[in-house]
Write a protein that binds this ligand. Sequence first.
Ligand code: FAD
Length: 547
Amino acid sequence: MGSRTYAQELDALIIGAGFSGVYQLKRLRDEGYSAKIVEAGDNYGGVWYWNRYPGARVDSHAPHYQFSDPELWKDFHWSQRFPDHVELRRYFEHVAEKWDLRKDTYFNTFVTSAVWDEAAQKWIVTAKDGRVFRATFFLPHTGIAASRAFPDWKGRDRFRGVQLHSSFWPHAEPDWKGKRIAVIGTGSTGVQMSHALSEGAGELVVFQRTPALPLRMRQVDYGAGEEPVAKEELGDFFRRRGEGPWGFDFGLLPRRTFDDDGAARRATLEALWRAGDFTYWIGNYSDTLFDLAANREVYDFWRDKTRARLHDERLRRLLAPQDPPYPFGCKRVPLEQGYFEMFNQPNVHLVDVNETPVVEITEAGIRTTEKEWEFDIIILATGFDAVTGGLTQIDIRGVGGETVREKFARDGPTTYYGLSVAGFPNMFFSYGPQSPSAFCNGPTCAELQGEWIVGIINHVRDAGLASVVPDEASERAWAAQVNAIAESTLIPRAKSWYMGDGIPGKRRASLMFLGGLTNYMTELKSCAAEGYTGFRFEIPKVQTASA
Ligand code: FAD
């Protein structure tokens, strides 16, 4: 590489100051490594730094969505069962202070490339501002939402009003009260945001392609001294969280839908529905995500509950159709706090873009085949190039110079354990493709995967090795297992970002390991216990002059 000076020479360079990156920094420093985080934003929080739109809040109920370190939870108080983005950033401030993170974080630093230097057995990582880092381990904890998706509608640059993407929400809250607002998209973000905006907007028009099938959130406020779980029980709670199938302290019921007779089944569904949060989804009968007849029972119950909340037959048809638009729970299930009642308000309208497709964006608003709607603000709640986009938008070059982007385009999103990629030595990530990620509570995954990554890095160090990389055959076997499990479920029957849908040119494949966190962790632990099966290790090459 010739002689070159680096902004930093490190054991590990971590991308991302969300749950995954922050946990990784803390644990690697504990083990004596030199490590730094580089982060595109100007503070901690990851998705909660970026997603600060009205109504943005986490759907993992307290106290799940936090780290398990007693140093952190012993004096932190959550004010709500489902904390909002403001509280989550307050939490990250607390973490940054307690774990003394700031001295090892570079903010406003977007990584554009990472190249494996085979001779030096190191990564050369370059930021947009030209700074170059060299590190033995490259840990791109870029998350599932680092690359935003935009609709390819004609005329998007023509609109004279304000146009926003939900995930690039301005730090200074835009003045939206009393304004005419369009929200494009009805995923979790669209559902949260529309409801929040409906309370002050002059007129709100929601553009829907596919109905969301959201569940009641059942928010709870906690006063001073009130805790969702008593502090003295939290240690035990976090252990149970890590043993649950989804990173929560609950899982699917231990019986199938038709094990119960009709009356018992209705009583069970009613109780699950009343509980709020994700219980009705991933705490339901064990076969609901596997068996169409079982899934239909769950859908029909949800549909009837929902229809009763809507005043208009057209709204019922579009928002809670008689037949399921896709199997229930096979797209991310949003949580809502009045989403359906909102459509009964006179200032809220629903446009079904299947009935009246968008023709173009105009100077004044959006023209559909029916009419031109005029707006002051258009908000794109159109999501992300989810899960893989954070990795593929960086020019990551491994052995032989192939990029992750090229490899995923050729083979689909193949990884080993959702943590590493063949051909890319000393590179590990959490919450990535083919791991439980979106089917796992975020902080649970950040800790469990982060800890495993620390283990393999320690193994390299303690054995005097220089690099580790998964072999192609093991990676293929993992990808095949991930896809086989997905095919045994109903998930592929819906078009969703879980399957890579909606992004032009993206290969359709399961981006999730759907076998549950418990089985996933069993695999990871046995891989480590058997000396990291499926990985190849290299000893240091003869030292060349410092590169
Ligand atoms: P992130 O929090 O996404 O952090 C990644 C960081 O990497 C970002 O700050 C980003 O700026 C940075 N980054 C990426 N690429 C680069 C680059 N090239 N250079 C520099 N920096 C870069 N999970 C749940 O468990 N429950 C929920 O209810 C829930 N709700 C969610 C709601 C939304 C709107 C979104 C988008 C996600 C939600 N998630 C939820 C998933 C969430 O991603 C995880 O809970 C958790 O945030 C993952 O943390 P992370 O550190 O892996 O990734």
